[in-house]
Design a protein around this ligand. Sequence first.
Ligand SMILES: [Zn+2]
Length: 488
Amino acid sequence: MNAPFDTVIHGGTIVTAAESFRGDIALKDGRIAAIAESIAGGERRIDAGGRLVMPGGIEAHCHIAQESSSGVMSADDYYTGSVSAAFGGNSCFVPFAAQHRGQSIADVLATYDGRAAPNSVLDYSYHLIVSDPTPTVLHEELPRAFARGITSFKVFMTYDLMNVGDAGLLDILTVAKAHGALTMVHAENNDMVKWMNRRLADAGLTAPKYHAVSRPELAEEEAIHRAVSLAKLVDAPLFVVHVSTRGGAAIVARERDAGTRLFAETCPQYLAFTRADLDRPGMEGAKYICSPPLRDGETQAALWGHVARGTFDSVSSDHAPYRFDAGGKFLNGADAPYPKIANGMPGIAARLPYLFSEGVVAGRIDLQQFAALSAGNAARIFGLSSKGSLMPGHDADIAIWDPEERRVVTLEDQHDAMDYTPFDGMTLTGWPVTVLSRGAVVVHEGRLEAARGQGRFVARQPSGTGRMRGHRAPEFEALRAEGHEIAP
Ligand SMILES: [Zn+2]
């Protein structure tokens, strides 16, 4: 085969959702043009001998250039965030565009367009965070966002300034369903957490380690059960983000077995760390404050079991970069009580090397599962129809991995704007070497080749919910039999 290809990646082992095989991949105009045993030519030839040629990662849960509800700006902007993601084996990412109360969705999207377009080195889209579901937002603004290809809406069941309440969640689920959009949910019982915070404060227990105590496993389990019940009532698909508990994962597994249109993810931090990390000397524990919080060793083992069994569609970073200084974690003082320390951990570059090393190399998952958990499932579920798998006609979003390279994680290797990485010092086997986004080499052999702003906004398709049959609430069925439809 010989044609005027832009790039040919040759001699590697190609990993698809179904199989792995030796072959070459030819790229033309940003797309995969051909896959064959041997392809000659190519303006640029990349030797992938001894390496794995995989779908470029899709990071579907990260906070980039986003203000928290308490006004702390994340350390990474769309340049450092996308560069860090690329060094971590990602070709595309989908950060959040967050509506704060009183803001119009049009303003939110204009703000994030201004932050992303001039800066991102990777293709990107946004999940829209909805905190103020007014009738205008529900019936005019969300449909307009959907029409421009933003096909997932995230809501919070916790945090006073974000929590939309059960009725708000039902409204958003119904609007999302009507348009083919997917509702994502942060599930923790807000009152349970607030009650724990008050009791702990009264007892003077405010060191970082009490953060984990303040957000009990039951708060997540109860909220996941409630969110799933709300979604089932109106037969809307639901995606539960960052599942951190055994009980929560068990609910997800049971509901999926029953055909509920339910998706879920967990994150490396819940697999790699425990609440003991919050009890490090001095204020070091603040580095490990995230919500939901870190749990224990038994939880880690159970969550790995669910990763292997397919309970989770993806393993996402939940990269929420707040520096270990007065502009980040300690905006409210160097010895602030845990509720006033910024919530979140960085990990956009570490996500896939961690998942590869502890998942594939450790024998917990195979390469096909890795391809699905890192890219394929996110592409399908979030409507990135031209990404997430290596097929002719698809975008040339490709990550070439050296499965044998063994290296210690350092802050420098993260290429983000952070001053720490929780993965510091961890030895991992298997690292991305070359990353392409729509055919352009972004990272090659440890060097950045991309230009600021070369990434493009990707208008997404409706969510692909596959063959899951959903749930028909008998009450709605009875209404339909009478000819009434109150929740289309
Ligand atoms: Zn998050």
